[in-house]
Design a protein around this ligand. Structure first.
Ligand code: CA
Ligand code: CA
Length: 172
């Protein structure tokens, strides 16, 4: 029972991470809100290649999530739909979720590549995560852990699969 409580709490925090505008359900607006916040933070123009990739990735992510979780097709993923649809169906296949998120994650890393050398640095990713509502401590830990080779660069594959694991497994 306690385990179930813990699991429910984790689901709630995952749901809150998606519900960027905090109105109680997940919709396309949450994804456009996330993209806009990121572009603002890094001063990236919407009409730039990076801006277009981010907005395209956010839309693809929303479509993918809605395809799995928006059971009644009202363009809103409620908490019930999130738990019943997304989490149950993807819990055992975080890879599938990672693929849905991949274009978005890749675009976030591109925006967070502040020195333009083609790869995001941990500090850039940390900033991006904070903009998306991740607390500073966790953002720093995640960014550090995704610099797998301690090269000062974020590993994209690792970032994509970590993203899938975070949202879709019952690990903390
Ligand atoms: Ca929302
Ligand atoms: Ca719905």
């Amino acid at each position: 029972m306690e385990e179930e409580d813990l699991y429910q709490r984790r689901i709630a925090s995952r749901f809150a991470a998606f519900d960027q505008d905090g109105n109680g359900y997940i919709s396309r607006e949450d994804f456009t809100t996330a993209a806009t916040r990121l572009l603002d933070e890094f001063g990236t123009p919407f009409r730039s290649d990076k801006g277009q990739a981010l907005s395209g990735g956010a839309e693809a992510f929303w479509q993918g999530l809605a395809g799995i979780a928006d059971v009644d097709g009202d363009q809103r993923v409620t908490r019930g739909e999130f738990v019943g649809g997304a989490v149950k169906r993807l819990r055992d296949s975080p890879d599938r979720f990672a693929e849905i998120a991949r274009p978005f994650v890749r675009a976030v890393l591109a925006v967070a590549d502040v020195d333009g050398d083609g790869q995001a640095e941990p500090a850039g990713l940390e900033r991006a995560l904070r903009v998306l509502g991740v607390d500073s401590h966790t953002a720093a830990l995640v960014a550090e852990s995704l610099d797998v080779e301690r090269s000062g660069r974020i590993d994209e594959e690792e970032a994509v699969s970590a993203f899938g694991r975070y949202f879709m497994t019952s690990e903390s």
